[in-house]
Design a protein around this ligand. Structure first.
Ligand SMILES: [Cu+2]
Length: 338
């Protein structure tokens, strides 16, 4: 889809490239339900009237079995549900697999606030536009700025409980579960403002846990990000990760230049297919790296022993454990080692 669609009685505006697919399937299901409802209830009513017993003693008789009829009412629904399955599954795949060139923005959800961190370390500011503040008393509305017409992938984590990211106009929604990363991606069609909701009850101020997605012209977005990047300086997660990599002695066992050592090299790790002892190969993503750091024994890389210290996770003494923020920085650093 390449233009924003108008809201209807059932659906808000459609403002992302997947919205058209979602709506088409929705309306297919909707009209199918209407047709089946009218057909079934209509037939039932008609039969009830037409074949009503006329007297106390009447003994009704009729066919007990009709193969043609039974095959028909089995095969037609079967075809319909298969169509729905294939259609839905294809749409689902399109929605879960982000395009390779998507810009990654880290999202942190916590009671009761969203925060967005860009690849260059910029953390979103609150929305300064006073006229765009919500009316219902929600304070400090964070803003997620994204470029129009480019895929954006959100890598999301929670600091506390279960939350869920939802932008109705983009037709994307995904739970954010503490202790793991979840992803959602979208491509917003045109500049404009949309509302982010938390759609999983997460405590007292759940209903105020909102943010604005501000879809900007790509040139304006680039200029904003560059300007902000200049202002934050040392906040760059890659730099923070590189420093941790040194101070936490990762380099003692992992090279960054491709040479094997006590452990596998970190160079080109992200996206690699990794062979695992006792298990299926895995494609290295954020969740895999996080698990490798916090629970090194969970999946052992083939050819290596269980020697990575477990102290980075919650098995270690408190002062050696890594925070989620630190893990995030290490992931950013490892990703940068192409
Ligand atoms: Cu929430």
């Amino acid at each position: 889809m390449d233009r924003v669609t108008d809201p209807t009685f059932w659906m808000p505006k459609g403002a992302s490239t997947v919205a058209g697919d979602v709506d088409q399937l929705y309306y297919f299901l909707y009209w199918l339900s209407v047709v089946l409802f009218v057909g079934i209830v209509g037939a039932m009513t008609w039969f009830a009237l037409r074949y009503k017993r006329k007297s106390e003693t009447e003994i009704p008789h009729g066919p007990h079995h009709n193969t043609v009829l039974e095959v028909t009412w089995t095969v037609i629904p079967l075809i319909l549900v298969m169509v729905i399955f294939v259609w839905g599954f294809r749409g689902y795949l399109r929605m879960v697999v982000a395009p390779g060139d998507a810009m990654v923005i880290n999202v942190t959800a916590q009671q009761w606030q969203w925060s967005f961190t860009y690849p260059n370390g910029v953390v979103d500011a609150m929305d300064e536009r006073k006229d765009k503040q919500p009316v219902n008393g929600a304070k400090d509305m964070p803003v997620l700025r994204v470029p129009a017409g480019r895929p954006v992938k959100l890598v999301m984590r929670s600091n506390d409980v279960l939350h869920s990211f939802w932008v109705p106009e983009f037709r994307v929604k995904h739970d954010i579960v503490p202790g793991q990363y979840s992803m959602v991606w979208f491509n917003a069609i045109e500049p404009g403002d949309y509302r982010v909701f938390c759609t999983e009850y997460c405590g007292q101020d759940h209903s105020m846990m909102m943010a604005t997605v501000m879809v900007m012209k790509p040139e304006e977005f680039d200029a904003w990000l560059k300007k902000k990047g200049g202002e934050v300086g040392g906040g760059d997660p890659v730099a923070a990760g590189a420093l941790l990599y040194k101070t936490k002695a990762c380099g003692g066992c992992h090279s960054t230049d491709g040479k094997p050592s006590v452990g596998p090299t970190m160079k080109g790790l992200f996206g690699r297919k990794e062979e695992i002892t006792d298990g299926q190969p895995v494609t290295v993503d954020e969740n895999y790296i996080r698990e490798s750091i916090l629970e090194p024994r969970a999946k052992l890389v083939k050819g290596f022993g269980p020697v990575m210290p477990e102290s980075y996770g919650n098995k270690g003494p408190a002062d050696q454990q890594l925070s989620e923020k630190q893990v995030e920085s290490l992931i950013a650093f490892i990703k940068s080692l192409k």
